[in-house]
Design a protein around this ligand. Sequence first.
Ligand SMILES: *[C@@H]1O[C@H](CO)[C@@H](O)[C@H](O)[C@H]1NC(C)=O
Ligand SMILES: *[C@@H]1O[C@H](CO)[C@@H](O)[C@H](O)[C@H]1NC(C)=O
Ligand SMILES: *[C@@H]1O[C@H](CO)[C@@H](O)[C@H](O)[C@H]1NC(C)=O
Ligand SMILES: *[C@@H]1O[C@H](CO)[C@@H](O)[C@H](O)[C@H]1NC(C)=O
Length: 380
Amino acid sequence: MAALVTYFQLFSVLHIVFFLTVPARSLVMTSLPAVKGAYSSDPTTFPPSVVDTSLFTHIYYAFLMPSNVTYKLEVSSSTALELSNFTTGLRHKNPPPATLFSIGGGGSDSSLFSRMASKPTSRKAFITSAIEVARKFSFDGMDLDWEFPNNAKDMKNLGRLFKDWRQAIVVEAKATSRAPLLLTAAVYFSVDFFLDTVYRKFPVRSINQNMDWVNVMCYDYHGGWNTSFTGAPAALYDSKSNVSTSYGLRSWIKAGVDRTKLVMGLPLYGRTWELKDPNFHEIGSAAVAVGPGDKGVLTFAEVEEFNKKNGAVVIHDMDSVSTYSYAGSTWVGYDDDITATLKIGFAQALGVRGYFFWALGSDSNWKISRQASRAWSLGE
Ligand SMILES: *[C@@H]1O[C@H](CO)[C@@H](O)[C@H](O)[C@H]1NC(C)=O
Ligand SMILES: *[C@@H]1O[C@H](CO)[C@@H](O)[C@H](O)[C@H]1NC(C)=O
Ligand SMILES: *[C@@H]1O[C@H](CO)[C@@H](O)[C@H](O)[C@H]1NC(C)=O
Ligand SMILES: *[C@@H]1O[C@H](CO)[C@@H](O)[C@H](O)[C@H]1NC(C)=O
């Protein structure tokens, strides 16, 4: 039996979310249009032709990497074909979303970015190449996903990189009389790495001055790297820790980043565990291993399939604002359209610019993407 949240309950929770948010959305209305973004991690198996572009304003090609010798972006002939397919395909959709490419990614070499950002000459080589690739393949912008700057020095250099990058964008736009390219970055859920032994904080001033916005990765709070306990991978609230989306987004605001420069991440995937005892299936229950999926990761479409096939119990946990399901000893933490909608309400009350998904192809018949887009537009 699925635990169903009635619309009355949903409505009440939405109100609570609105009233509890600190300080309510400022009265100064911004004219900036909302960002409804998505990273496309698999443009070949999930090509532009199948994307419902009415649901997204910005679509990111993920990922490109720089050479670790020259720091210029490496674009093989097959990648070149993929890039032009991506931008051409999306440009001909109705409506056409803006396109960006993202550089780096979760598994990429962090030390390469550290070396590149540390010197004016290597920053310049990287930036010049990125702008060249953007124009050559008709992208509207560029995104950096350096996971992660490892120390205070890296963070300082990241601020310099953003500054140089913005300057180069302005110069190029003037010289070519074209609209300036967009510049965004994917960043940690919190403005500082308060959990790590090496404390470091993102360069707030440089972000405000040089970035169009940052995509705050409000997910991966718990996962298969800790098989002892289940956890809500992208909880909005956590009464026992600061590892939550509400804490993370507020930390960025508290540090002085303009709200309009913040875009909230939403996962279109779940994380799985095998419970120690199937009778204990709350969030935080003892577990012994990861569950189904590659390293315990299932796309939202796969979670729905799993739930259906196994008659899983689905719970909408209103303390954390997250969804989980269990069947036998398997436990899955994720967001569905209901909890994603509640987070949208939170983000709008906070006054941030929009939301983005990782990743485009993981939704189930656009269920979450459509509900999120609708909810954001209703709340505007
Ligand atoms: C660059 O990458 C190659 C291949 O991964 C590696 O062998 C080489 O040591 C790297 N160079 C530097 C400067 O890190
Ligand atoms: C590019 O698009 C064409 C036709 O739309 C397709 O046949 C081809 O496989 C695509 N190539 C890549 C690399 O995506
Ligand atoms: C796993 O998570 C639990 C609960 O959050 C924590 O007490 C424990 O230290 C974690 N273990 C590892 C190896 O991170
Ligand atoms: C959360 O962070 C605040 C400061 O931002 C700190 O005062 C509080 O102790 C933290 N809570 C936990 C559970 O770590």
